[in-house]
Design a protein around this ligand. Structure first.
Ligand SMILES: [Zn+2]
Length: 334
């Protein structure tokens, strides 16, 4: 029979283990999660035309593996954070006529500091798009891959409804944790089994800024439902059914219970799948449009060189900053 000390020590060990697990979970907080961003970049490749698909397919592993690099940069550079979101509710209600669409006009009206404080995602996507056109024009294989992968990340982020709300983790409405619940837990549970990732073909985007704003409006309109539906579900279910301690990769973690996640996913009525499919289409269409704008360079002859010493150093420092685990600015978990 176990004595009091033995039981107490076991309890202590479980608490320590739990604390470590929560610590690990906090450190690995990525927008759309590792899983979602990888899926989006990966599946976008299959929407490309024959002239592009060979190069992109050959490098599909790179595009998936590096899909979360921009989130790693958030641990190293303070300017990185605002590129991943925009608080549309700061600018009133749909159709958000308070906020000029162009960077110059918005900056003239609100100042750059204020825009940075509430997120600059739509404008940063245009910067990345121009960089991708330049990389295609220069037939720089390394830059094409890096910029394609990064652009895929930022486009993925704006399809997440809570990336367009200042209540990004439900912190204002007693729903802390909902950010990761919607964008990581739900796709991880349901995407492989239930989502249809066959989407068709990429399209040419005539006006990338307008296209970007349309996706942001959709996300902003959906963010109300994301919060409201979880709130009402939470009120109808006893709290002991909401969370569960479950084993994940060999460690026990506290997370939204399968039962609760299934209910929430059901009442969202396909929203996560729709946003993910839309993100995949957007990413492929941006890649395709950049290639067209660059004059359709021949990608068959492109060779990806080994990474340079500087590129290796940059990747090492990103990895170290991420492992130290101090995000600079807003994270998806607070
Ligand atoms: Zn992000």
């Amino acid at each position: 029979m176990m004595d009091w000390w033995g039981q107490n020590n076991m309890k202590k060990n479980r608490i320590i283990l739990l604390a470590i697990c929560l610590f690990i979970l906090h450190f690995n907080a990525f927008c759309w999660g590792f899983f979602g961003h990888r899926q989006i970049n990966y599946h976008a490749v299959f929407l490309l035309p024959p002239e592009m698909i060979r190069f992109y397919k050959t490098n599909i592993q790179y595009l998936a593996d590096h899909a979360t690099d921009p989130d790693k940069r958030r641990y190293a550079f303070p300017e990185e954070g605002p590129r991943h979101y925009i608080d549309m509710d700061h600018y009133g209600f749909f159709p958000f006529s308070e906020l000029p669409r162009s960077w110059e006009h918005a900056k003239g009206k609100f100042t750059e500091d204020s825009l940075q404080a509430h997120g600059i995602a739509p404008w940063w996507i245009q910067v990345m798009y121009r960089r991708l056109i330049k990389a295609f024009k220069e037939k720089d294989a390394g830059a094409i891959l890096k910029t394609s992968s990064d652009l895929g990340h930022y486009l993925g982020d704006i399809h997440v409804p809570l990336h367009t709300s200042s209540n990004h983790n439900g912190q204002k409405t007693g729903q802390t944790g909902i950010h990761g619940f919607w964008e990581s837990r739900l796709p991880e549970m349901f995407a492989n089994e239930q989502y249809d990732m066959v989407i068709g073909k990429a399209s040419f985007i005539k006006d990338p800024l307008d296209f970007t704003w349309r996706r942001i409006y959709e996300s902003a309109l959906a963010s109300d439902s994301v919060l409201r539906l979880e709130k009402s579900l939470s009120g109808s279910i006893s709290s002991d059914k909401k969370f569960a301690y479950e084993e994940r990769n060999g460690v026990v973690v506290r997370q939204y219970a399968n039962f609760y996640a299934t209910k929430y996913h059901h009442i969202l009525n396909g929203m996560v799948e729709r946003r993910m499919r839309s993100a995949i289409f957007s990413v492929a269409s941006f890649w395709y449009s950049a290639w067209l704008e660059a004059g359709q360079p021949d990608l068959k002859t492109l060779i990806v060189n080994e990474l340079s010493v500087e590129q290796h150093q940059e990747m090492d420092s990103l990895q170290k900053a991420w492992q130290r685990g101090k995000i600079i600015g807003r994270s998806c978990t607070n």
